[in-house]
Design a protein around this ligand. Structure first.
Ligand code: ATP
Ligand code: MG
Ligand code: MG
Length: 555
């Protein structure tokens, strides 16, 4: 695995280990909510949590934070497991679910009530919100704040038994309605939601809130370092409050293998992109893209389909680093990571995106010659392949002009160019259709130019090509950025208004050389066109490639 640069969290762990904390153990967790597919931001958290566990010989848990049943699904659970695994995250033991702990969480809630630290509030959500105040205005106590523990316990049992409707009652922590930290103003710990849960079915109709669930789940699992993004910094006092008051109770039940601590790091944001599951879901639901794994999406599954390797995403996360300073990372950095990987590891091949036929009149009819091409210009170990050459070949429309100055290093009427790994050819005549469009070029080749220059003449350049009948028809999807704005979230009219209408170009008539694999996930540099990956839908009968990234920085 890759050498991981140090960061402030590693320094905290090193200090904890030096002080002998947590019996020398490091246990982290990656805690996604299964309410969407994972995106590139999650990759940062995955690399951090699983990476720390690996380098400290500790453990990392995969735990679904599944306390909002109405927004979650088994489909999301499955996709998240697949994406974490693909990125190389190896979780310890079984996959965990916060819902595994619903019984203990409920017991913990009752325990807080017994300690006089929580009460059932039967006001409406609006009343509660109104009394909460805001940054300028202190909160007001609920009229139910002094409800006795007995009454709250009885109400809590009735809530659990389904006697109340959604929203009719909540359990709140009794902390401080004057706190400058809004999260400490008697936050809701439990609410009623009469919906079927993807893991627990209809067993529960009261569900714990994230801020209550998270610290307890961490404690139950013996998590030592609970890493989250900076928005949760203001939630840390509640995290600690919860554990401070339940530590004794959990220890008494032998359920506190470690006292976890929360640390925050900056979220990853990518320019010209959105990294919020809610917004990504909107792109999918409103059909701006074809699905969560559309190659234009910044989701892990989208990037995978686009042709990104897991190693390149891990490399990118290392380059970004981990700190508390938020910043927007340039998409070019993500592209550089995959370009570096594929430049080294992807075999070369030729694919003509917009074919134009070139007929070589002096090439013997029916004759086929096998030309030999190296699969990688710098890596002999990647071997060679043969490319059949015949009388008719395809070149790219953009590689031909009737007239051009010397700067045009491609084929021009009356002039010569070399076909990559092949002969020097000359364009002599143009064939047009009824509309005047060029449909064919007629020319000739110089048989004495394979692997050597013609005497006394200099061809304009070298272009890629494929044999006309012996190549394979294929489709190629070229992608541009999904958003036209640097920061789509700040776009006038919202992020949807910043969608690039030309983010996908389909080359439906492309042709690729024959002796290469078109099986899903085959990756190539198609010479002069960029790096490509065969789509999961690619078959021998209908090869389909996605352009992962161009050869050079495009933005
Ligand atoms: P979103 O806003 O996209 O829904 P989230 O934080 O609500 O993100 P979770 O499923 O709760 O999504 O995330 C799981 C873990 O991934 C959390 O620990 C979270 O801090 C981390 N994470 C999510 N987004 C990012 C990001 N952009 N950069 C770094 N870490 C992230
Ligand atoms: Mg979250
Ligand atoms: Mg979220």
């Amino acid at each position: 695995s890759i050498e991981v640069p140090t960061n402030f969290i590693r320094q905290i762990i090193d200090r904890d280990l030096a002080e002998g904390k947590n019996e020398g153990k490091v246990v982290t967790r990656f805690p996604p909510e299964p309410n969407g597919y994972l995106h590139i931001g999650h990759a940062k958290s995955i690399c951090l949590n699983f990476g720390l566990a690996e380098s400290y010989q500790g453990l990392c848990h995969l735990r679904f934070d599944d306390t909002n049943p109405e927004k979650e699904s088994e489909e999301y659970v499955r996709s998240i497991m697949e994406d974490v695994q693909w990125l190389g995250g190896q979780w310890d033991g079984e996959v965990r679910y916060a819902s595994d702990y619903f019984d203990i969480l409920y017991d913990c809630a009752l325990e807080l009530v017994r300690q006089g630290l929580a009460y059932v509030d039967t006001q409406s959500a609006e009343q509660i919100a109104e009394q909460r105040g805001d940054f300028k205005r202190p909160g007001q106590n609920s009229p139910h704040r002094e409800r006795s523990a007995e009454d709250s316990l009885a109400l809590m049992e009735r809530m659990r038994a389904g006697e109340f409707d959604d929203g009719a009652a909540v359990l709140r922590a009794r902390i401080d309605m004057q706190s400058p930290n809004m999260n400490m103003r008697d936050p809701v710990l439990y609410r009623i939601r009469k919906v079927t849960h993807h893991q627990t079915g209809d067993r529960w109709c009261v569900y714990p809130m994230y801020d209550f669930t998270h610290p307890i789940s961490d404690a139950l699992e013996g998590i030592t370092h609970s890493l989250c993004t900076l928005e949760f910094e203001d939630h840390r006092p509640l995290y600690d409050w919860t554990l401070d008051h339940l530590e004794g109770y959990l220890r008494g039940r032998d359920l506190l293998p470690a006292r976890p601590r929360q640390y925050e790091f900056a979220r990853l944001n990518l320019n010209a992109s959105v990294t919020s599951k809610r917004k990504l879901k909107q792109l999918v639901d409103e059909r701006h893209v074809e699905g969560w794994d559309d190659p234009r999406m910044p989701t892990i599954s989208g990037l995978r389909r686009r042709g990104y390797t897991a190693a390149s995403i891990r490399r990118f996360c290392d380059m970004v680093g981990v700190s508390r300073a938020g910043s927007i990372v340039d998409m070019g950095m993500l592209e550089a990571a995959i370009r570096d990987d594929l430049n080294t590891n992807a075999p070369r091949a030729m694919c003509v995106l917009r074919p134009l036929k070139l007929v070589l009149r002096n090439w013997p009819e029916g004759h086929v010659e096998q030309l030999v091409a190296p699969n990688h210009p710098q890596d002999e170990s990647m071997g060679t392949r043969s490319i059949p050459m015949e009388r008719e070949v395809f070149i790219d429309r953009e590689d031909f002009l009737e007239e051009a100055n010397k700067k045009f290093k491609r084929l021009v009427l009356g002039d010569e160019v070399r076909l990559r790994y092949g002969y020097v050819v000359k364009a002599e005549e143009i064939v047009r259709d009824a509309d005047g469009e060029i449909i064919e070029i007629i020319g000739s080749y110089d048989p004495d130019t394979l692997g050597k220059n013609p005497e006394g003449r200099k061809p304009r350049g070298v272009i890629h090509w494929v044999p006309a009948t012996l190549s394979r028809a294929c489709s190629v999807r070229l992608y541009d950025r999904l958003f036209t704005e640097e920061n789509p979230d700040k776009a006038e009219g919202g992020f949807l208004a910043a969608i690039n209408p030309a983010s996908l170009t389909l080359c439906a008539e492309a042709r690729v050389e024959p002796n290469i694999s078109v099986a899903p996930e085959s990756r190539f540099q198609f010479e002069r066109e960029g790096y490509f990956c065969a789509d999961p839908d690619s078959t021998d009968a209908a090869p389909l490639f996605n352009r992962t990234v161009g050869l050079r920085e495009s933005f």
